[in-house]
Design a protein around this ligand. Structure first.
Ligand SMILES: Nc1ncnc2c1ncn2[C@@H]1O[C@H](COP(=O)(O)OP(=O)(O)OP(=O)(O)O)[C@@H](O)[C@H]1O
Length: 698
């Protein structure tokens, strides 16, 4: 780091740790050493630029004063985390200098004062947690930070209206126990009353407290329109009741006949039965398929397919599934998996049939509902499910590019799966898992069966976690390394074991990425093998030789190995939680950022006409663009590198060498705009999930 930054950081720590008896030499943070080369405690650096990227000083009993100004002298700082210390002071306007900040975590301290206006300038901010402090005053308008996904500010003394946030993109919100007042805005059905409770001045439907009527002066002008509105609504409601009544009568008359026809037309293939258990109304409400079906195995009439909110499932009926040809993809420990191509010739689904499910039907339905509400772009959502006493079926979108297991250990395992790609998989999966654990911690829903066959690649070769929440961890499933802690876990809540088993599973995935060795070979367990090699100080031996020959830095390999070893600690109580793991992983947002920027450039200047998916060979995809705006310039430009900025320059060079500026037109972008215009805009989850729809970015 450069001298000035180093001095500021030392100043930052001196203030923060003032009077901290626990601080010793081993922490670093002094002028005679370097934060990156000498590994100051809590500091992570960018390996190329050797500049400070993350400062994580959680639970260190720090009791001094926070001086953000000093910290933000490290201009590439992306994560600042001071969870659970006893730090005082305030967040000053100088935080605006932390332009690259993506995560700000200061919860559980004694920080007070107003939030600075310059927060608005943190356009890269994704997660913001100031909960459990003494902040007061109003929250500045940060609605422009569209990449913000977490906003936690509970248990402070904040006042004014509910912060103006981009609710359609925010994934986590908690502003409970403050002094906010006024009406709760439309949160797009994404948050419940819990996010707002403990603010006596708040009103609105969500907190079941009607807002006071608008003052008479305002009301008067609206009076006649309100009156008219009520009169017409009255008529409308009356009309609707009549229509529903008639429809109900008609449907109940026609229904037995319809079902009979259905049974008759389908008996040649499978046997269908009408449901006598559910009323028509509840069928509509639960979005169930039209037909109920007898169990595939036993022929007993049971409940029907429940279609969830994912767009792929809309209109899906059980009979569509049964009519379609199914190909058995594999039989795992917990059931079989079928690839099902629907009649429409477009939709391909993967149907998991679970046997011996240890959870009762009610619990299963509760899980499915919670999982449907908890979306992350890198977690494959279930499209629909079927639940009977005898069996459960889970429907997912089919993912065409196989699993991480196949990529690492499949038949073409000779092919390159580069270091950067492996780091990206680790980062994306780690962040997604941390998100799910945080969201579903209270519901006790962990993945339960995390392994490389459950990490799938979608059509863009982005990894996603599949089958989240389907299994409940049982101590008899413990692998060798768990045995020593079996007793301890037997006495802990089962859900605790599930979350800790996920951490273990993630650690094993990291080991697979680092070693390219399967989890079990000839009776040898990968985790045990790595442990034994590391304790005998043959550490370098564990790494995949291909990584070393590709020039992966030993330091980064060792860092990732350290994380993996913590995750597979035989004692589950000593394993970190997923948030602690994710924060240590390389930053995955860069991956999303590059991808969406590519798409942004594409949609602005032309069309992506071809994508060569080289990812299987360990390369980035190659995009070929046709320029829309520059008609005379109708050549394609391709990009082989991951480096988007070079790509921007490359396009501009081409445009500029044409020297025919009149043909480019008035609205052509100036040289810096293609790159910088989109640079400020971080991708939002929706952009990432729907890779083709990037118009808004333009
Ligand atoms: N949605 C999907 N799209 C494409 N392939 C999938 C999908 N889900 C699973 N697969 C693949 O199908 C194969 C069989 O899956 P299955 O879940 O039955 O096996 P498993 O994960 O090895 O075992 P289990 O989950 O029962 O412990 C695996 O190789 C898996 O990667």
């Amino acid at each position: 780091e450069d001298e000035e930054v180093k001095r500021s950081l030392v100043g930052f720590m001196d203030k923060l740790a003032a009077g901290n008896v626990g601080r010793d030499q081993s922490w670093g943070w002094n002028k005679s050493s370097d934060p990156c080369n000498d590994k100051w405690i809590g500091v992570s650096c960018d390996t190329l630029s050797k500049s400070v990227k993350k400062v994580v000083l959680d639970e260190l009993n720090l009791t001094g004063v926070l001086d953000i100004g000093f910290a933000c002298k490290a201009s590439s700082l992306s994560v600042l985390s001071l969870h659970s210390n006893n730090v005082v002071g305030s967040i000053s306007e100088e935080i605006g200098n932390c332009k690259h900040l993506t995560h700000l975590y200061v919860s559980g301290n004694q920080i007070s004062g107003h939030l600075p206006e310059s927060l608005k300038q943190l356009s890269n901010l994704k997660r913001f947690d100031i909960s459990n402090n003494n902040f007061s005053g109003e929250v500045p308008d940060i609605s422009q930070i569209s990449g913000l996904i977490t906003f936690f500010a509970q248990n402070n003394q904040l006042t004014g209206e509910v912060p103006n946030l981009d609710f359609s993109h925010l994934l986590q919100l908690n502003i409970s126990n403050n002094n906010f007042s006024g009406s709760i805005p439309d949160v797009k059905g994404r948050f419940s009353a819990d996010s707002f409770s403990g603010n006596p001045g708040l009103c609105g439907e969500l907190v079941s407290k009607p807002c006071p009527p608008t003052p008479p002066s305002k009301r008067k002008s609206n009076h006649s329109s309100i009156k008219r509105f009520f009169i017409y609504s009255g008529y409308a409601v009356l009309g609707l009741i009549v229509v529903l009544f008639v429809a109900f009568k008609l449907v109940s008359k026609m229904k037995p006949k319809d079902d009979k026809e259905a049974v008759e037309t389908n008996t040649s293939r499978r046997s269908y039965k009408t449901s006598t258990t559910t009323s028509n109304e509840s069928k509509i409400a639960e979005n169930k398929s039209e037909y109920s079906i007898s169990s595939v195995e036993s022929g007993v009439a049971l409940s029907s397919l429940v279609v969830l909110t994912s767009p792929t499932g809309q209109g899906l009926r059980f009979e569509d599934l049964l009519r379609a040809p199914a190909e058995l993809l594999g039989k795992g420990k917990h059931g079989s998996l079928y690839k099902v191509m629907l009649d429409n010739g477009v939709t391909t689904l993967a149907v998991k049939r679970i046997k011996d499910w240890s959870v009762d039907s009610e619990e299963f339905k509760r899980r499915m509902k919670r999982l449907d509400q908890t979306r992350h772009p890198s977690v494959l959502p279930s499209v629909a499910y079927y639940c009977s006493q005898q069996e459960k079926l889970l429907v997912y979108e089919y993912q065409p590019n196989g699993s991480l297991f196949r990529l690492l250990h499949g038949s073409q395992s000779g092919q390159a799966f580069g270091w950067e790609s492996r780091l990206n998989v680790a980062a994306i999966v780690g962040e997604a898992l941390a998100f799910m654990h945080e969201e579903l911690g209270e519901d006790g829903i962990a993945h339960g069966n995390l392994k490389s066959t459950n990490i799938l690649f979608n059509q863009n070769m982005d990894p996603c976690i599949s089958e989240y929440g389907l299994m409940v961890f049982q101590t008899q499933d413990l692998s060798f390394d768990f045995q020593s802690s079996k007793d301890a876990l037997d006495h802990a809540a089962p859900t605790y074991g599930s979350f800790k088993a996920d951490i273990y599973g993630f650690g094993v995935i990291l080991l697979e990425l680092l070693t390219r060795k399967p989890v079990h070979t000839n009776g040898i367990d990968l985790a045990r093998w790595v442990h034994s090699v590391v304790t005998e100080e043959w550490t370098v031996e564990v790494f995949d030789k291909a990584l070393i020959s590709q020039g992966a830095s030993e330091e980064r390999l060792l860092n990732l190995l350290q994380i993996a070893l913590k995750c597979i600690n035989p004692n589950p109580y000593e394993r970190p939680n997923m948030n602690q793991v994710a924060i240590k992983l390389p930053d995955s947002s860069g991956v999303f950022y590059k991808k969406s920027l590519l798409n942004a450039i594409g949609s602005t200047i032309g069309e992506v006409v071809k994508v060569d998916d080289n990812t299987k060979n360990g390369l980035y995809p190659q995009y070929t663009f046709n320029f829309r705006r520059y008609d005379h310039f109708n050549e394609a430009c391709s990009l082989e590198k991951s480096n988007v900025e070079n790509f921007g320059k490359h396009i501009l060079e081409k445009v500029n060498t044409k020297k025919d500026s009149s043909a480019i037109g008035k609205d052509a972008f100036g040289p810096s705009r293609i790159v910088t215009k989109h640079r400020k805009r971080r991708p939002i989850w929706k952009d990432i999930t729907n890779g083709k729809n990037f118009e808004n970015l333009g």
